[in-house]
Design a protein around this ligand. Structure first.
Ligand code: ATP
Length: 917
């Protein structure tokens, strides 16, 4: 049989050919065997670069090449010790650079793995989520709206299934798919409506397919050929810093040239001056800047993963710190998504239901008295529809429930599927109604799946006597509109305005108690109607009742919202739920106050123009009964008001709003593949608090980048000034070339790297958000850099001049200047940890890497002064205790001064007086 023209054959033929079973799928051993035979379901990729290529790439840097040339010149002129030392320094620098870049690359790779696509399949008789690359031919794929299809397959079941195939056919309108049709062998790809193809996505409905082709054998595989690993684009900050770096290079080269020429005119040896110029240029140019930015971004991203946020697009890390509004879904993000039915309105009576979570133990009450649910027909019908119009399974200890476990107490009850539906299964089970038992007499023949826009779901069941019934559940306002009759427990009566008024009243009362309310209804279908059921059949329904369930707010969300307030970030709830329910939950979360906040419904939103919406958007804290299309309007209005918007979403239709937002956030657990693909960040735990944690990390990462820019640049200014002032003042060289290179190594290396992983300021969420266009040097950073650079330069020259002119001992003067320059920077690195707090307020030991890095640098410095062989190479002189006191006082003076200044400046009222927006 021609195995790639499955559209011309029946679903059964495909199932038989691939030796699979639509109910149980493949067994694990069979999957293993097929993986061996067919390989992984992935495109052929270019192999990753080996580690040594990263190492060699370090030697392609222009400044490194200049240094290597200097090494050769030294060797040529017989200055072997200089040549070896410079070479050693170049190699150590390359190793440091390599470690940084390789680490950044590895963490980026790890990130990609985390964001790897998955697929739902039936294997060993159970629905399982597996990595898409592990799909094999014969697997039974379970498809839902929002799924990105991971392999080619022949459909075996469909419920209003629509697939968007633009990636393959260029046709952006979704195509309706059907399992039970065949097409001619020459049918073009776009017409093969019984097939699904890898790379396309489900926009609507549900279905099942048997996988027929994986990896390079799929249609997209034929087109794509070899997929090149995509190039990671630089973030805006990285680009800005690269530009800055270029300016600095030219500035530094100019100064080095002046130093060199002045020396030569003064009669210093040509070679010495050439080497000094080169060394100074190497030391002064902050070549490590872009690498450290990447490392801090990558490490920050890893910290975010620990806090359950996966960043998919690196620039989002920078934008996170600027976020001014977080728009969040309610259900599952601000609330726990752990639903329990509490009240039921049926037959004109209000019943209470007891019990916790998904445990099926609970009783019914009417007017405070325990009530036997079997005594009320409308209550029973209500629960029956709730459990049949449902795709969730409630399990105990991973086994699906039937009446068997009814009397079993205990925990371990979980829901597989939508928690809203799980709550309905549990409520019915509490009344002795079991879907498994009912389905022995009635069987489902059709389904119109739930969609956020429709706010309802319908199923058709065939009774034992061959008749059919349509069961509908959904948002009360939506369902009520479709009802014409009312079931009062005995018979169906016309739905009068009085009845509608009492249902509406019951709904209002339940929703204002923060209950999430669903209405249930039904209609008996004629045999003709039961054949091809569509939305149009959801009419003239018989209203049965309302079911109200609690979904408690997340405690951590409450704390996170309070934190947002402190941080100047507005939080907005966007939900498909009822306005009252939304407001009640928002009040519990303290994100809504009657006097200052507004709530808008989708219908009210529709009546506003974009300009009108933008005008009031800043006051709206709750958007209720909105559909995904409204989210896009909301994002646009807020952005128009100058906000940086983070927006969550999970459904297939949330993708446009997620893309439009500055930070699009998808849900890791309940989110569809399409929403994840559109997002810049995915929440592994669907939790609002995780977003706030990520914002905090985003602010911290930006702070850290500012910290090491401050450190590197002020130190480099200090080094250049030392040489420059000495040259202008006609002094001998205060530092020899190898000494300059050494200073660069011990200060710019480990300590700067350690600053990149500095813990966030404890006050980081007490400031308003940063403006995205703000310069990296804003808020006084440039002044701090320049003044500290001058301090470092002057201190070093001063020590050199004092010792040289007073004692006339050039090696001693150089060693003292050399050590002063190193220690100035090692003291300064602690200052750079905060722009607001003093090191004593932060705690010296709170960044252990930094303490370790500084200790390493001190040891290295002592080594070049006290180990005889190194002393020879670096031409240093041993320092006495008095010398050290001098060095430490002069270099620590700046540290003490800045500490004092921090203390004096610290008046709580002024600390955050700067407005960043
Ligand atoms: P949020 O948008 O905050 O995540 P939500 O679940 O209320 O919350 P939607 O999923 O868009 O938002 O649902 C909209 C409405 O549709 C709900 O308020 C509810 O009335 C109804 N609904 C939700 N789930 C189902 C379902 N499985 N079957 C039928 N109706 C549902």
């Amino acid at each position: 049989m021609n195995s790639d023209k499955w559209y011309a054959r029946t679903a059964d033929e495909a199932i038989a050919f691939w030796q699979t079973n639509p109910y149980d799928g493949l067994s694990s051993s069979e999957v293993k065997a097929r993986l061996n035979k067919f390989g992984f379901n992935q495109m052929a990729e270019k192999p990753p670069e080996p580690w040594w290529k990263y190492f060699l790439a370090q030697f392609q840097d222009f400044m490194v090449l200049v240094l290597l040339a200097a090494t050769l010149i030294s060797a040529f002129l017989g200055e072997y010790s200089d040549a070896i030392t410079i070479l050693a320094i170049v190699i150590i620098n390359a190793i440091l650079g390599f470690i940084q870049e390789y680490r950044a690359e590895r963490s980026m790779q790890a990130l990609k793995q985390l964001a790897a696509p998955t697929a739902r399949v039936i294997r060993n008789g159970m629905i399982q989520q597996v990595a898409a690359r592990e799909l094999v031919p014969g697997d039974i794929l379970v498809l839902e709206a929002g799924d990105k299809i991971a392999a080619d397959g022949r459909l075996i079941d469909d419920h209003n299934l629509e697939v968007e195939e633009a990636a393959l056919t260029g046709e952006s309108l979704p195509v309706r798919k059907v399992a039970n049709r065949q097409f001619g062998e020459n049918a073009p790809l776009g017409d093969r409506k019984n097939m699904i193809y890898a790379g396309t996505s489900v926009t609507r409905g549900r279905g099942k397919a048997v996988v027929c082709a994986t990896g390079m054998r799929t249609e997209v595989g034929h087109i794509a050929g070899l997929i090149q690993a995509s190039e990671e684009a630089d973030t805006p900050l990285e680009r800005r810093l690269e530009n800055l770096g270029r300016w600095l290079v030219w500035g530094c080269l100019a100064i080095c040239f002046v130093v060199m020429v002045t020396g030569i005119f003064k009669g210093e040896p040509l070679f010495l001056m050439l080497m000094s110029g080169i060394s100074l240029a190497v030391a002064a140019i902050p070549e490590g800047l872009p690498a450290i930015v990447t490392v801090s971004l990558a490490l920050g991203v890893q910290r975010m993963i620990k806090r359950n946020a996966i960043v998919r697009k690196l620039p989002a890390v920078e934008t996170l710190g600027c976020t001014t509004v977080i728009c969040s879904d309610k259900t599952g993000t601000l609330t726990q998504n752990a639903m329990t039915v509490r009240r039921i309105y049926a037959g004109g009576q209000l019943f209470d239901v007891s019990g916790t979570g998904y445990d099926i133990k609970g009783e019914f009450f009417l007017n405070g008295q325990e009530f036997d649910p079997k005594k009320d027909k409308s209550l029973q019908q209500c629960l029956l529809i709730g459990t049949l119009c449902n795709n969730s399974v409630v399990k105990q200890n991973n086994v699906s429930i039937t009446g068997l476990w009814r009397r079993k107490n205990g925990s371990g009850w979980t829901v597989e599927g939508d928690p809203t539906e799980g709550a309905l299964v549990v409520a019915a089970a509490k009344a002795g109604i079991w879907r498994e038992t009912v389905e022995r007499m009635q069987s489902r023949t059709a389904e119109i799946p739930f969609e956020s826009e429709r706010r309802r779901m319908s199923v058709v069941y065939r009774m034992a006597d061959g008749s059919h019934a349509l069961y509908v559940k959904g948002a009360p306002d939506t369902v009520l509109e479709l009802c014409r009759y009312y079931y009062n427990g005995t018979t169906e009566v016309p739905l009068t305005p009085e009845l509608v008024a009492s249902i509406t009243l019951a709904n209002e009362s339940m929703t204002s108690q923060a209950l999430r309310v669903l209405a249930v209804a039904y209609r008996n279908l004629s045999p003709a109607e039961a054949v091809n059921v569509s939305d149009a059949d959801e009419r003239e329904l018989v209203f049965v009742g309302l079911i109200g369930m609690i979904d408690p707010p997340r405690e951590e969300a409450k704390r996170a919202i309070a934190l947002c307030k402190q941080a100047g970030i507005k939080t907005v709830m966007i939900t498909g739920d009822h306005r009252n329910t939304a407001i009640a939950i928002a009040k519990e979360l303290q994100m809504y106050k009657d006097d200052s906040d507004k709530a808008l419904t989708g219908a009210e939103l529709d009546a506003l123009s974009d300009v009108q919406l933008a005008k009031i958007a800043n006051q709206v804290s709750v958007y209720a009964r909105v559909s995904p299309a409204h989210k896009l309007q909301i994002v646009r209005a807020l952005r128009q008001n100058g906000h940086i918007v983070a927006m969550t979403g999970d459904g297939v239709n949330d993708a446009p709003a997620i893309k439009e937002a500055d930070i699009g956030i998808a849900m890791g657990i309940t989110g569809t593949d399409v929403s994840k693909e559109a997002s810049s960040m995915v929440l592994l735990d669907d939790n609002f608090a995780t977003i706030v944690g990520a914002v905090e990390e985003g602010r911290g990462i930006y702070d850290n980048i500012r910290k090491f820019i401050r450190y590197l640049l002020s130190c480099n200014i200090g080094e250049v000034l030392t040489m420059f002032i000495a040259a202008l003042a006609g002094m001998p060289l205060p530092l020899l070339p190898v000494q300059i290179l050494w200073v660069n190594l011990v200060t710019d290396g480990l300590p700067a790297m350690a600053l990149g992983v500095d813990p966030s300021d404890p006050d980081i969420m007490n400031r308003p958000p940063r403006h995205p266009a703000e310069s990296i040097f804003s808020r006084g950073l440039i002044r701090k850099i320049v003044t500290r650079g001058i301090q470092i330069g002057l201190s070093t020259v001063l020590v050199f001049a004092a010792v040289y002119y007073w004692k006339g001992d050039l090696p001693l003067a150089r060693t003292m200047a050399f050590s002063t320059l190193v220690f100035c920077q090692l003291f300064h690195v602690f200052d750079c940890r905060s722009e607001v707090l003093t090191i004593h307020e932060i705690g010296i030991l709170t960044n252990k890497f930094l303490v370790l890095a500084v200790c390493c640098s001190i040891t290295m410095q002592l080594a070049v002064i006290y180990i005889p062989i190194l002393r020879g190479i670096f031409e240093t002189a041993p320092l006495s205790l008095i010398d050290w006191v001098c060095v430490l006082v002069v270099s620590g003076w700046t540290f003490i001064l800045s500490t004092l200044r921090h203390f004096l400046r610290r008046s709580p009222g002024r600390r955050y007086a700067v407005s960043y927006r």
